[in-house]
Write a new protein. Structure first.
Length: 116
């Protein structure tokens, strides 16, 4: 039989189809590595900036929580003090306290009727 001129592609030969695919694949990998290496400093800067922003937010949130805790404690103390003052006033002036309660109830009932 005579050769027909058909060449079977080799896997390792650069002039054959599989060799060209391997070269193209290697070139693509090299390009990806170059882009990755070039982008790494920018990604590192962005990552660092993001970490700093999170740290600042966490610090601010911690300070806010601490301030709210202090304010909450102050409000509890003010409430307790106001309640104690009201108890003392009612003990010392029971008739006046009853009159204030009746007047407040009357005003509140008028407001509720007016809203409906």
């Amino acid at each position: 039989m005579e050769p027909t001129g058909i060449v079977t592609p080799s896997l390792n030969d650069g002039s054959r189809p599989m060799g060209r695919v391997d070269k193209a694949s290697a070139g693509a990998h090299d390009a990806i590595d170059k882009v990755s290496d070039a982008a790494r400093p920018m990604v590192d800067r962005l990552t660092s900036g993001a970490h700093q922003a999170v740290d600042k937010l966490a610090s601010a949130a911690g300070q806010a929580a601490e301030t709210l805790g202090v304010r909450g404690e102050q409000l509890k103390n003010a409430q307790a003090q106001a309640l104690e003052q009201a108890r003392v006033y009612v003990r010392e002036h029971p008739v006046a306290a009853l009159g204030i309660a009746v007047a407040a109830g009357f005003v509140l009932s008028r407001v509720v009727r007016w809203i409906r």
